[in-house]
Design a protein around this ligand. Structure first.
Ligand SMILES: Cc1cc2nc3c(=O)[nH]c(=O)nc-3n(C[C@H](O)[C@H](O)[C@H](O)COP(=O)(O)OP(=O)(O)OC[C@H]3O[C@@H](n4cnc5c(N)ncnc54)[C@H](O)[C@@H]3O)c2cc1C
Length: 458
């Protein structure tokens, strides 16, 4: 570590925006993977000028520099695995402008996703991407991971809403992208490269986001099944029918039982799997789509169908889905959470495969997720202190990835690659894919200091 690091950073940002004590830095050493890498320093910039100066300083001294939103990432993206400076965007958290007529907003990266959603509602506008972590995650982290969410099936994911970006390059240069016209085709799509790049190419300092009109009406249904495969078949059939529910979430039976106990409710029956479904739009259309979906559920042996007639009932059903992650933390000390994604038509095959993996490797697997996009969160419940069990889990995870790729899917639907999946990247993109991506990285980051140790196998 450079001896004058703290003094130098304090000159750039002012003493109060530089965290140097062990305790302060420890707080920024974690993310949701529950692993810890200690940063040498943490800085909290207040504006883009400070970001530029820190970036120039890191480049001049070849010090790793790692962007951080809320640290809710599941793949180690914000962890300073090679030490260096963590740049926390928590105070660059302003909504800079909202254009109601043209339906877009410009924000700083540290805005918390839920706050943005709530603020846009006040303008009668709607920002659809809604990761389950929305109460904590930031829009900068969402862009860097291309976060998905519960409404992905109908409304798409973060990349579908980014109109433009401002970002700081390794040498302190500032790039601004995006046009206000309907189309824009001047040169390379730099937004496309930055979105989902997991903070490895540049530091994002501003985001322009497209907004929609809030749907007038929603119908919410919870469908229970005696067989997991039947629920998966419903998802495949809904997709094939051309109906696009706004939400189509899957929860397996063990996970459901765990949540029901956690939130202490007996208002919902246990089942081998449930689907939480929402249709939206004009009342008549949402209602018609819900009726079609009910028919598909009945045809596939749904054993229960529950409708939310009131906002309270809707909130109750939603509480089940929103409490899944927290409830699972109680049943094993370690949760290895993978977010594989397959074409929805292949979900029955994926669900069957996951059941087999659980048997073959003798490990409890809890599965839930955004089934409408084919994106399932497959959680291997284990204990990181038990080496033999962790070995079985690692084998199971690798087989899960093999199965996913065989089914035409991808290693990550929304959580990114980070450190946890880097060693499997070649399986999906091949050697030349990795080599080519490294050239892109080299162009953005010639000295390899911007969030090093992520995405690529080392
Ligand atoms: C309970 C729970 C539920 C979740 N549910 C979902 C879900 O439904 N969908 C989903 O997609 N994800 C989900 N996640 C994962 C996580 O919340 C998302 O990946 C989220 O986008 C991370 O945002 P963050 O602000 O916490 O970013 P961080 O974790 O701090 O960082 C994530 C990545 O973004 C980079 N980054 C952050 N800010 C910037 C910036 N300004 N410039 C450049 N790079 C930056 C970091 O370097 C890092 O690589 C969930 C996580 C938890 C714990």
């Amino acid at each position: 570590m450079k001896e004058t690091l703290f003094e130098d950073l304090k000159k750039i940002l002012g003493a109060k925006n530089v965290l140097s004590t062990y305790e302060e830095r420890l707080t920024y050493s974690y993310d949701a993977t529950n692993t810890s890498f200690m940063p040498d320093a943490v800085v909290i910039p207040q504006n883009i000028e400070q970001v530029v100066q820190v970036m120039k300083y890191a480049s001049a001294n070849k010090i790793p520099i790692v962007s951080r939103g809320a640290g809710s990432g599941y793949t180690g993206g914000s962890l300073p695995v090679k030490g260096g400076i963590v740049v926390s965007f928590e105070q660059m958290n302003k909504i800079l402008s909202v254009n109601k007529e043209k339906m877009y907003a410009v924000v700083e990266p540290g805005v918390v996703t839920q706050n943005f959603f709530d603020e846009m509602e006040k303008f009668g506008l709607f920002y659809p991407p809604d990761p389950s972590s929305l109460k904590t995650s930031t829009l900068g982290g969402n862009v860097a991971e291309c976060a998905g969410g519960l409404r992905g099936r109908k409304y798409g994911v973060t990349k579908n809403y980014v109109l433009g970006l401002e970002f700081v390059l390794y040498n302190g240069d500032i790039i601004r992208t995006g046009v206000l016209s309907q189309n824009g085709d001047s040169g390379y799509d730099l937004d496309g490269i930055l979105i989902g790049s997991e903070g490895t190419l540049a530091l994002i300092t501003k985001i322009a986001l497209r907004l929609l009109k809030r749907p007038a009406y929603e119908e919410t249904i919870l469908a229970g099944f005696n067989q997991m495969e039947d629920a998966a078949k419903v998802v495949a059939e809904i997709t094939a029918s051309g109906i696009t529910p706004s939400i189509l979430e899957f929860i397996d039976g063990d996970t459901l039982a765990c949540v029901l106990e956690f939130i202490q409710t007996d208002r919902v029956e246990k089942a081998a799997a449930v689907l939480l479904i929402e249709t939206d739009g004009e009342k008549e259309q949402a209602h018609k789509e819900a009726e079609e979906i009910i028919k598909i559920c009945q045809k596939n042996n749904a054993k229960s169908l529950r409708f939310a007639d009131t906002q309270e009932e809707k909130d109750n059903l939603w509480k089940i889905r929103r409490s899944v992650s927290a409830s699972l933390l109680r049943i094993a000390p370690t949760k290895v959470n993978e977010d594989v994604c397959v074409p929805p038509s292949q979900l029955p095959e994926l669900v069957r495969g996951i059941k087999k993996l659980s048997k073959d490797y003798n490990v409890q697997i809890n599965t839930f997720g955004h089934a409408g996009d084919g994106n399932l969160h497959v959680n291997f419940m284990t204990d990181s202190r038990d080496k033999e069990k962790m070995h079985r889990v690692e084998q199971g995870v690798e087989k899960l990835f093999d199965l996913t790729l065989r089914l035409g899917g991808t290693l990550s639907g929304e959580h990114g690659i980070g450190t946890t999946k880097a060693k499997f990247m070649e399986k999906e993109v091949g050697k030349s894919g990795i080599e080519f991506m490294k050239k892109v990285k080299q162009a953005f980051d010639p000295d390899g200091i911007i969030n090093p140790g992520k995405i690529f196998p080392e």
